[in-house]
Design a protein around this ligand. Structure first.
Ligand code: X90
Length: 277
């Protein structure tokens, strides 16, 4: 029996220790150029190119065949996707699930619309691994993971929402307000899996304070927390320090964004996934 986690690349994890894993890449398209969100990508090169690029740029989700390829050879699959309200990734994964079950009627496939992305997906992956190591069956793991995902959340603090607005993922009004009223706006992945703004901070100091306040409101009590950053390790570390000061020592770690989240979160952006109420 081979159990595998398959996630789209919006989770910022191209490899995974301790469990069979595959990442299905999204793509960033700028004119003639196409950047595949996998381990071969030169991320700094992509961000540099995009910052000078004046044309239209966008992204595309994996297709059914991409998901199917990643499922091959596994009997129990836990597939995680970015929120279906912002991407077609979930719809493609569901089609792949149907195809795979036709080809392998004995296989078990769970597809979870995480209603989120990035570091919240990482927490869900860690939960799947934990349940697998504890010897839980496919059905037990699926039920526990669905339940767990109702108690994890995602905040994001971005320096720019230009790419989100230009690609219709947030309204131009919200993006303009965030940009005008503040240097860094703080938002949350809503229960429906859409972007919702919470605060207009001014500079990182106020943004960090707002994050701590919101962590409390969302029921974080010093459990697990994962920070992803787009080329901004110093802000991620400073935030981690303040969280630890406020909540005491918690299970916290920091990792960089890969291409898809870097494109939308843009240079400087932070994403925070955590266990709450
Ligand atoms: O299918 C595609 O082309 C991908 C579209 C992805 C759109 C949004 C990605 C956002 C990544 C920005 C902050 C987090 C927002 C989370 C809201 C649920 C990172």
């Amino acid at each position: 029996m081979k159990r595998r986690i398959v996630s789209d690349s919006s989770a910022n994890m191209l490899a995974w220790k301790g469990m069979d894993f595959d990442s299905v890449p999204l793509k960033i398209i700028a004119g003639e150029r196409e950047y595949v969100d996998d381990a071969r990508l030169d991320l700094t090169g992509m961000l540099d190119y995009l910052s000078d690029y004046k044309g239209k740029s966008g992204t595309s989700c994996p297709n059914v065949a991409d998901w199917l390829d990643a499922f091959q050879g596994a009997d129990e699959i836990f597939a995680l996707t970015i929120t279906s309200s912002l991407s077609g990734s979930y719809a493609m994964a569901v089609q792949a699930q149907e195809e795979y079950k036709k080809l392998h009627p004995e296989a078990k496939v769970m597809v979870l619309d995480t209603l989120s992305t990035g570091p919240e997906m990482v927490l869900i992956m860690e939960k799947i691994q934990e349940l697998t190591e504890a010897g839980q069956s496919f059905e037990e793991t699926e039920a526990a993971v669905r339940e767990y995902s109702h108690h994890t959340h995602l905040f994001f603090a971005l320096e720019s929402m230009k790419n989100l607005a230009n690609n219709g993922r947030v309204s131009h009004t919200v993006a303009a307000l965030a940009g005008l009223l503040s240097i860094r706006a703080l938002g949350v992945a809503s229960e429906e899996g859409t972007l919702q703004m919470l605060h207009n901070g001014r500079g990182w100091k106020r943004t960090f304070r707002a994050i701590i306040e919101e962590l409390e409101k969302y029921g974080f009590t010093g459990g697990k927390l994962r920070i992803a950053h787009c080329q901004n390790p110093s802000a991620a570390e400073e935030l981690a320090e303040q969280i630890t000061r406020h909540f005491g020592k918690c299970d916290l770690s920091i990792h960089p964004c890969t291409a898809l989240c870097s494109f939308y979160a843009e240079r400087g952006g932070l994403m925070v996934g955590f266990e709450g109420a």
